[in-house]
Design a protein around this ligand. Structure first.
Ligand SMILES: [Zn+2]
Length: 365
């Protein structure tokens, strides 16, 4: 937002109940005075919608709307991609970790809306590579899969979904007893979570009927998930998961995304204490990372080649963190898939874990 906000022309009414909120053209408004915030000399322009007669200011269109520390948003957006924990960032930025967590949730929601706005409207070209990134939130008794769909040629990540899993693998007697206690109290996670998560992932990615080649590893949930998708004519190419994870592996595009998530996110480092304390934190951070990877990071660090979103024909230019966070995207103006609406409202959680505070648009229309 520029310091002289009077030059700004509101493109639509920011109030979600107003008919002019979703209109593309013809929004009519008038200027309605200015105000100055405490400690600032710049005056902020107010406007009045000529349809609902309510007033609003230019800041309603920014991601720092109602933020007490708006200057933290952009540095936080960068730091979330640079493997820092919230307390580490808070020490540097001289604020409470909880302030950053709330702004990180905002950034994650903006990331989800960017991903939704870039979902292909028609058939997708080229093969799609599908895999699950394994991590956990809350405790190691609550592992999860982040199911990911990546373009085989473009490396653009079209979508992701979240599947809470049951803890498996080698456990001590004590650990087994503890898992049994947790499951007796909160119930077992859905054994078909990966199947359901993968089916939802592909419904989001390929919403219209088409023939498509999908590459995945030999996880048995994938063929079952594909059979439920009647609108797709799927050719399934399987690669054993034990095959070397080199650039020659057909699953390389998705292995690379897995590597980037682990490399850039403090919450997914092995043996970290910065793990996500609830599923929503994990989801929001993944959404932001994937948008940045799609829109800002070049295909190759050494040779350029455009961003994955440019290669998929979804954007024309390379974007920046500042550009992604400058203007607020509104959920009612961006069609969110059903699963993502739950992520946006902060309703997702694994059984027996902390629930995130739900996102209700209180002061933000
Ligand atoms: Zn209005």
């Amino acid at each position: 937002m520029s310091e002289t906000t009077a030059a700004f022309c509101p493109p639509f009414c920011p109030r979600k109940r107003c008919k002019q909120h979703t209109s593309k053209t013809g929004f009519r408004w008038v200027r309605y005075g200015t105000y100055a915030t405490q400690g600032s000399t710049t005056r902020i322009q107010r406007y009045r919608c000529l349809h609902c007669r309510r007033t609003f200011s230019a800041t309603a269109f920014t991601n720092t709307y109602y933020a007490k520390r708006p200057e933290l948003l952009i540095p936080l957006g960068h730091r979330m991609l640079a493997c820092s924990g919230f307390r580490q960032m808070a020490r540097e930025m001289r604020c409470a970790a909880s302030t950053l967590m709330r702004q990180a949730a905002r950034i994650g929601r903006q990331g989800l809306l960017w991903m939704a706005s870039m979902l292909p409207q028609g058939p997708i070209e080229g093969p799609l590579v599908v895999d699950g990134f394994e991590s956990f939130s809350y405790s190691q008794y609550h592992p999860c899969y982040v199911n990911i769909a990546v373009g085989g040629e473009s490396h653009h990540t079209y979508a992701f979904t979240f599947s809470p899993l049951r803890r498996k693998g080698r456990m001590t007697k004590h650990q087994r007893r503890r898992r049994a206690r947790i499951e007796a109290k909160h119930g077992r996670p859905d054994p078909k979570a990966i199947e359901r998560g993968t089916a939802a992932l592909l419904r989001i990615t390929c919403s219209s009927p088409q023939a498509i080649v999908i590459r995945s590893d030999d996880h048995q949930a994938y063929p079952r998930a594909f059979r439920t998708l009647k609108h797709l004519d799927i050719t399934h190419e399987m690669t054993p998961s034990v095959q070397a994870r080199t650039s020659g592996n057909p699953l390389f595009p998705v292995n690379l995304v897995d590597g980037l998530i682990r490399h850039n996110s403090a919450n997914h480092k092995r043996e970290t204490i910065a793990f996500s304390k609830h599923a929503q934190g994990l989801i929001e951070r993944v959404a932001w990372l994937l948008v940045w990877r799609n829109c800002c990071k070049p295909f190759s660090e050494n040779h350029g080649g455009g961003t994955p979103a440019m290669r998929a024909g979804l954007t024309e230019h390379q974007m920046t963190v500042e550009g992604l966070l400058e203007w607020r995207l509104f959920p009612k103006r961006t069609a969110l898939p059903e699963e993502w609406q739950g992520y946006y409202d902060r309703r997702e959680h694994a059984p027996g874990t902390h629930k995130a505070r739900p996102h209700r648009l209180k002061n933000a229309y």
